[in-house]
Design a binder for this molecule. Structure first.
Ligand code: UDP
Length: 236
């Protein structure tokens, strides 16, 4: 028995670029696909939301003169590009993956609905829910809270390049300490950058737990599914 039956896996666009400064690092992409296959083979139902920060972010675009709403739409298109890349990498290793989009753009992906997503999950397909929430001024963190709650996932697994939530940024402050568990309220009151406030608030209101772990280490996704305490659990 695995610890979780249905998960929402959140991957940041930024981690998809690996050691590159921009775009998609194929090695990282394939490593992610292999980790996803490993838990799919255990029978875990997997919904995925991917960011787009490796290609474009609306908010950073405003500094360069882009209109915020158009910039956010560009960001949402970036998440679709990443989703297609991941579905292609999964397909190449024999994992059936379906891309749904929050904005209509058939035939690139089917228009998202909870029912379509859940039916595909029950058939054992990996479901990648792209284009965030479909609205500007949101992030894919909020998109993944929303989709995870909608599809009634047991948990959001937030794959990052650090191995959990720390008292301070461990990449900058060597004295930072890691939490094994932390409440949503403490994340908010300490101003910890686990996810943006909107995303945390949604998880809190709907009692949807988040598990933060290092996805860049091959094998870690499987460890989380097996219940190994390698990250930080964010809960009510
Ligand atoms: N975005 C948006 N609405 C959403 C989700 C994403 O407008 O519901 C845009 C926003 O501009 C964001 C970009 O898409 O900056 C990429 O998403 P995000 O920054 O969350 O990606 P990540 O940081 O995870 O790579």
């Amino acid at each position: 028995m695995t610890k979780f039956k249905r998960i929402l896996l959140k991957l940041s666009g930024e981690s998809l670029m690996g050691e590159q400064g921009y775009g998609i690092d194929v090695q990282r992409l394939n490593e992610y696909a292999a980790q996803i296959k490993e838990i799919r083979d255990l029978g875990v139902q997997i919904g995925i939301v991917i960011g787009g920060g490796n290609i474009f972010r609306g908010l950073s675009g405003t500094g360069k003169g882009f209109d915020r709403v158009k910039g956010d739409q560009m960001g949402m298109c970036a998440t679709v590009i990443n989703s297609l890349a991941l579905s292609s990498a999964l397909g190449a290793i024999g994992v059936k993956a379906r891309v749904l989009t929050a904005i209509r753009m058939e035939p690139i992906g089917e228009f998202y609905s909870k029912w379509k997503a859940c039916e595909a999950l029950e058939r054992g397909e990996v479901v990648i829910m792209s284009a965030g929430t479909g609205n500007p001024y949101f992030t894919t963190d909020t998109g993944s809270s929303l989709r995870g709650i909608e599809i009634e996932a047991d948990v959001m697994l937030k794959g990052t390049r650090v191995d959990g939530v720390y008292t301070a940024d461990p990449e900058k402050d060597p004295s930072a300490e890691k939490f094994e568990k932390i409440t949503y309220d403490e994340v908010l009151s300490r101003g910890l950058r686990v996810m943006d406030i909107t995303a945390i608030a949604m998880c809190k209101e709907n009692d949807f737990p988040i598990y933060v772990f290092n996805m860049d280490q091959p094998g870690n996704l499987r460890k989380v599914i097996d219940g190994e305490p390698i990250g930080t659990y964010v809960h009510a």
